[in-house]
Design a protein around this ligand. Structure first.
Ligand SMILES: [Zn+2]
Length: 211
């Protein structure tokens, strides 16, 4: 267990919002407990096997991080939402907040699949994880969507934005047409191309595209 914990902590060391408490709790528990020598040896072997397994899992699933900048209010977020083979509640919560309806402040749980899609499109373009994506739009409350729909026919009345499954983004320094091609190649859902507005729409709804 010691080895597993030490490994987990190391994995988390470069991840956002590190929490060390469980390590100390478990160490105290271990030192207070009474083990026979054989149990300790078996436990040690088990810990090494677990550590080796978790290393393999980590190698397959490195951390996923998103840096987002909202051009409407200047807010910047840097959140690690996946590490050690699982989603992190703190990172997801931070991104739910980052991608809230900036007009009304309304939040919604964003689809983790959409966050994964953003990581994949960024990786596809060889953009480093620490580089900020320009977040033009994330979640849209029904009120905001109605207002936008009334103003423009390009805004769907049943938008994926209202479900927390869509985002409009750009990546500074990356031509919008490259971002669009990369998004299309992932076949992760809908892709809309808005060169006049300077963003690409991506969602995790049905596979489709438009411009
Ligand atoms: Zn959109």
């Amino acid at each position: 267990m010691d080895a597993t914990n030490a490994h987990t902590i190391k994995e988390h060391a470069h991840c956002h919002a590190l929490r060390l408490e469980p390590l100390f709790d478990r160490n105290r528990h271990l030192s207070n407990a009474l083990f026979s020598r054989r149990d300790l040896i078996n436990g040690g072997v088990a810990a090494l096997v677990t550590a080796a397994l978790s290393e393999r899992v980590s190698a397959r699933a490195p951390e996923r991080r998103l840096v987002l900048v909202n051009p409407h209010n200047g807010e910047r977020y840097d959140a690690c939402f996946f590490a050690n083979g699982r989603y992190r509640a703190d990172g997801l919560a931070e991104l739910n907040h980052a991608m809230r309806d900036w007009r009304t402040g309304a939040t919604r749980k964003m689809d983790p699949g959409l966050l994964d899609l953003l990581v994949r499109v960024r990786d596809r373009l060889d953009v480093p994880p620490r580089k900020a994506l320009k977040l033009v739009s994330g979640y849209r409350s029904p009120k905001t969507n109605r207002a936008l729909h009334a103003r423009s026919h390009g805004v769907a009345s049943k938008s994926q934005h209202m479900l927390g499954k869509a985002t409009d983004i750009a990546i500074p320094g990356v031509p919008l047409s490259h971002l669009r091609s990369a998004a299309l190649s992932l076949r992760g859902g809908g892709v809309g191309y808005y060169p006049n507005d300077g963003f690409v729409h991506m969602d995790t709804g049905a596979l489709r595209h438009w411009s």
